[in-house]
Each structure stands twice: as structure tokens, then as C-alpha cells.
Design a protein around this ligand. Structure first.
Ligand code: NAD
Ligand code: UDP
Ligand code: UDP
Length: 335
């Protein structure tokens, strides 16, 4: 017999970077956690320390296929998030966002669960409004190399609001801005992990363009706290709500900071900006502050120090072996 006071929580993409941190926090708060992942970019290793936990269960499953389980809450995080990975199989990326959302919404409808969508600042595209507020509709290229992700996530938001209007589902939509921290993958392709790994290895730092483009980086612990806050909010608090850190930095400044903090001898090399790379990005988090009493606490300096510590341990003296064994490979070869 299950203890009815304990929420049963499904985390899709739970073996990924954000998902694994979320699973940990939910277990700490007393929930039963069902982690579903197809290991496209996620790793069993990310949740290996949770496998013996009596309230944790790991299931290999692709959410583009139906899923029949009994749960009270669903965090829908499944989707590759790094441009390098989501562009590798763009059709699958769109399927994951769209078919995956339909399946998870169908599940939420059947079991009357609350369901939260991990949406993204990418719904704003290359924004003409700065900082970005939730009422800005965005500037997205529908046919570019990033569209599989941006438009997939936009369509998922549409589905969430249509299931709200048509079926009165209890939805929440979080628009997550760039988030970083321990458990990113060495070859993830995203800028913070790339720069730290390059700096620690003494390799060239690969700056796209002149580095004047900006992002606002949120540390993973802050972000996960925001997701849980949103799920726990009253049902009329559907969002979309921006979750991110408004501390904006140019990518050039970021490179300088990583080099200084690691004491690296790495040199900066320039390569062309990738297609449709947004120029500026910074969340307006007024809504999250008002509705969720949430704001990030960890500065970029503090978060980078923790993330550099993580990568130092990971690469450490066995860095050569790590590269040879493919521990750092992804679905295109990652173990
Ligand atoms: P990640 O790539 O580490 O995690 C994604 C997880 O989803 C992986 O474990 C992957 O194996 C799994 N997955 C992918 N397709 C799947 C499928 N069809 N079925 C089941 N599992 C599948 O990325 P992340 O940074 O942890 O991002 C998690 C979520 O948050 C994503 O939805 C992403 O779009 C969103 N998000 C992240 C950021 C960020 O900066 N980290 C920013 C905005 C939005
Ligand atoms: N679905 C699921 N698990 C469930 C219930 C539904 O995966 O517990 C999937 C199923 O594949 C379905 C989709 O969710 O196609 C949408 O379900 P919904 O009930 O909204 O629509 P319908 O069944 O009419 O297509
Ligand atoms: N970037 C870079 N060097 C890298 C990886 C990324 O200069 O090795 C740039 C990228 O072009 C973008 C910014 O850093 O302008 C953030 O890229 P990321 O892939 O981390 O996230 P997103 O573009 O999805 O915000």
C-alpha cells in the first residue's frame, strides 16, 4: 500500500544535467521519484548514487512513445538542451518536444496530475526586447538550424495551454534561461562547460564571433529551487514564468573570467558565430519574484568556482583515460 501523503513524482529527462539535480532535491523533500530517460544525452552515472534509494526508480523510456504510470506530479524535462546535441538529430528533437508533450499531457489528463514543462528562453529567439518579459512573443526563425528546438518548445507551450483550456489540466510552464553547474558533460558543447574544460586542459578557448553576444547564467541549485517552487504554487499560477539569473555577461567577459579563475595559460581563438545565435539574452524575473517569491542567490563568480571544482575533480589526473574511454562521449558515442 502506498503512503498517500507522499507525492509520486515523474521526472522525464531525469538522468540529464538538470533532471538529476531535480531528482535529488525531490528525494530530499520526501517524494517518491520515477526517473524516465532514454539516455540520449543523459547518463545512468548521473543518478547512479540514487539507485539504491528506496523511493527512487529509474526507467529507460523514450517519451515520444506513450507511458502508462500512476503519478501525482510530472516534471517534463526530456529534451537535449545543448545546440550541438539538439541539432545532431533535429527531427528527433522536435518529436521529443511535441510528441513527448502530447504523451505527458495525455498521461497528466488520465491521472489528474500537475504537470510542469521545462520551456526555454529560446522561445524568445533573437530577442528585439531586452530584458525579456513573459509577455514578449519572441523573434524566432521557423526554418533555421535552431528551429527544431525553439519551435518544438514553442509548440509544447501551445499544447500545454490548449490542454489547460480544453481539459482544465493543472499546468505550469517555466521558461528556463541558461543554467550551468556540476554534472554538465565535458563535451556538452555549451559555453560554460566548453570554456572550463578547455581552460583546465590548457587548450584554446573557442570564442564564437567577437564574444560581444550576451547570456545570463543561472546556477543549477537556484534553478531547481525555482522549478519546485513553481510546481508547488497555486493552480492559477500557470506561467509562463521566466526562471534565470538576471546577471548578464558577454561571452568574451565569461572567457576572461574562466581563464582568470582557473589560472590557465589558454589562449582565446575566434571562430564564426553559429546560425541564428541570439545576440542578447537576459530574463526579467519580476513575475517569479512576485508569484513565487523566488530569485537566484548564487552569483556567477560563486557558481563558476563550484563548477570549476567539479570539472577539476572529473578531469583530474585521469583526464587522459577519460578521453580514451569515452566517458565524456554523448549519444554520438558517449558511454
Ligand atoms: P540534458 O541534455 O542534460 O538533459 C536532457 C535529458 O533528456 C537527457 O537525460 C536525455 O537523455 C533526456 N531525453 C532526451 N530525449 C528524450 C526522450 N525522447 N525521451 C526520454 N528522455 C529523453 O539537458 P538539461 O540542461 O538537463 O535540460 C533539461 C531540460 O531543461 C530540457 O528540456 C531543456 O530544454 C530545458 N532547458 C535547459 C536549459 C539549460 O540551460 N540547462 C535552458 C533552458 C531549458
Ligand atoms: N497517453 C500516455 N499515457 C497515458 C494516457 C495517454 O502516454 O496514461 C498518451 C497517448 O499516447 C495519447 C496521448 O497521450 O495519444 C494524448 O492523450 P489524450 O487522452 O489527450 O488524447 P487521445 O488519447 O484522445 O489521443
Ligand atoms: N559559445 C562560444 N564558444 C563555445 C560555445 C558557445 O563562444 O565553445 C557561444 C555561443 O555561440 C553563444 C553562447 O556562447 O553565443 C552561449 O552558447 P550555448 O551553446 O552555451 O547556449 P545558447 O546559445 O543555447 O544560449
Amino acid at each position: 500500500m502506498r503512503n498517500s501523503s507522499r507525492p509520486r513524482v515523474l521526472v522525464t529527462g531525469g538522468a540529464g544535467f538538470l533532471g538529476s539535480h531535480l531528482c535529488e532535491r525531490l528525494l530530499e523533500s520526501g517524494s517518491d521519484v520515477l526517473c524516465v530517460d532514454n539516455f540520449y544525452t543523459g547518463l545512468r552515472d548521473n543518478v547512479a548514487h540514487l539507485l539504491e534509494h528506496p523511493r527512487f526508480e529509474l526507467m529507460r523510456h523514450d517519451i515520444t512513445f506513450p507511458l502508462y504510470v500512476e503519478v501525482d506530479e510530472i516534471y517534463n524535462l526530456a529534451c537535449p538542451a545543448s545546440p550541438v546535441h539538439y541539432q545532431l538529430d533535429p527531427v528527433q528533437t522536435t518529436k521529443t518536444s511535441v510528441h513527448g508533450a502530447i504523451n505527458m499531457l495525455g498521461l497528466a489528463k488520465r491521472v489528474k496530475a500537475r504537470i510542469l514543462q521545462a520551456s526555454t528562453s529560446e522561445v524568445y529567439g533573437d530577442p528585439n526586447v531586452h530584458p525579456q518579459r513573459e509577455d514578449y512573443w519572441g523573434n524566432v526563425n521557423p526554418i533555421g538550424v535552431r528551429s527544431c528546438y525553439d519551435e518544438g518548445k514553442r509548440c509544447a507551450e501551445t499544447l500545454f495551454f490548449d490542454y489547460l483550456r480544453q481539459h482544465s489540466l493543472r499546468i505550469r510552464v517555466a521558461r528556463i534561461f541558461n543554467t550551468y553547474g556540476p554534472r554538465m558533460y565535458p563535451n556538452d558543447g555549451r559555453v560554460i562547460s566548453n570554456f572550463i574544460v578547455q581552460a583546465l586542459r590548457g587548450e584554446d578557448i573557442t570564442l564564437h564571433g567577437d564574444g560581444s553576444q550576451t547570456r545570463s547564467f543561472c546556477y543549477v541549485d537556484d534553478l531547481v529551487g525555482g522549478l519546485i517552487r513553481l510546481m508547488g504554487a497555486p493552480d492559477d499560477c500557470t506561467g509562463p514564468v521566466n526562471l534565470g539569473n538576471p546577471e548578464e555577461s558577454s561571452i568574451r567577459e565569461l572567457a576572461g573570467r574562466v581563464i582568470a579563475m582557473t589560472g590557465s595559460q589558454s589562449k582565446i581563438v575566434h571562430s564564426p558565430r553559429p546560425g541564428d545565435d541570439p545576440n542578447r539574452r537576459r530574463p526579467d524575473i519580476t513575475l517569479a519574484r512576485q508569484k513565487l517569491a523566488w530569485e537566484p542567490k548564487i552569483t556567477l563568480e560563486q557558481g563558476l568556482a563550484r563548477t570549476i571544482g567539479f570539472f577539476k575533480d572529473l578531469l583530474g589526473p585521469n583526464d587522459g583515460a577519460l578521453r580514451r574511454t569515452g566517458r565524456e562521449q554523448t549519444h554520438s558515442g558517449r558511454a
